[in-house]
Design a protein around this ligand. Sequence first.
Ligand code: AKG
Length: 242
Amino acid sequence: MRYTAQQIATYQRDGVLPLGKVLTDAQIQGAREHIETLIAENKVDRPESAPGKHAIRRLEVSQHDPWFMGIVRSDAIVDAGEAAIGPNVQMFQDNIFYKPASVGGSTPFHQDNIWWNVNPPAIMTIWIALDEVDETNGPVQYVRGSNTHLRDHTLPVNDPCGAKYNVIDPATIDRSKIVTFKLQPGEAVMHHCLTIHGAPENQSPRPRRAYTVHLMQAGLSPRELDKYPLLRGSMPLAAAAV
Ligand SMILES: O=C(O)CCC(=O)C(=O)O
């Protein structure tokens, strides 16, 4: 699937673009089954956002289950990466964000590059629904046009998994610019690493499972050079020599 100039311009202006279906039905089913196995093998963590509200999360999931690399390397994923960041596309990481039915915790508003600190910020996320997603089961909320610069992250969060970090104070968010997308399983939305986003709790009786692939302009983050493959194009010589 190739993207039109108009879609790329929309992504550059808004910092977010719905992509349509990027997974086959077999990949959707496979991802669900592999997530269940990771849970059964206790290879996930369960950050709590409020008492009794938690997510099921596996950061860098393909490091724990290489099956996911088949999705990362697929044309549907790499085409979206190329549309967003240009011809030289390298994997940055991939994650599971699962909000269980009824007790799914919220995701605070943040910009990914506050943690990734990649410069220039040529790095993006493809967020892929593994369940039907609507306003009731914790859809990601994106602040359209916020992909211009890094904002203050002043609100402290104590993740029970041990991490201490700051997020964006929701009182500073212009709610008139929030967009969400109704998604069918296998459909995706891509966002820029400076796009402010977060997600409410999942209070519905349905799960909200998601798989995310994060791609960067090849060679931008030397830490990833040995860890994650070049997916398309070439590695800049300077980066390859590091
Ligand atoms: O799915 C979520 O709740 C959060 C996802 C997220 O923060 C991301 O994809 O960067």
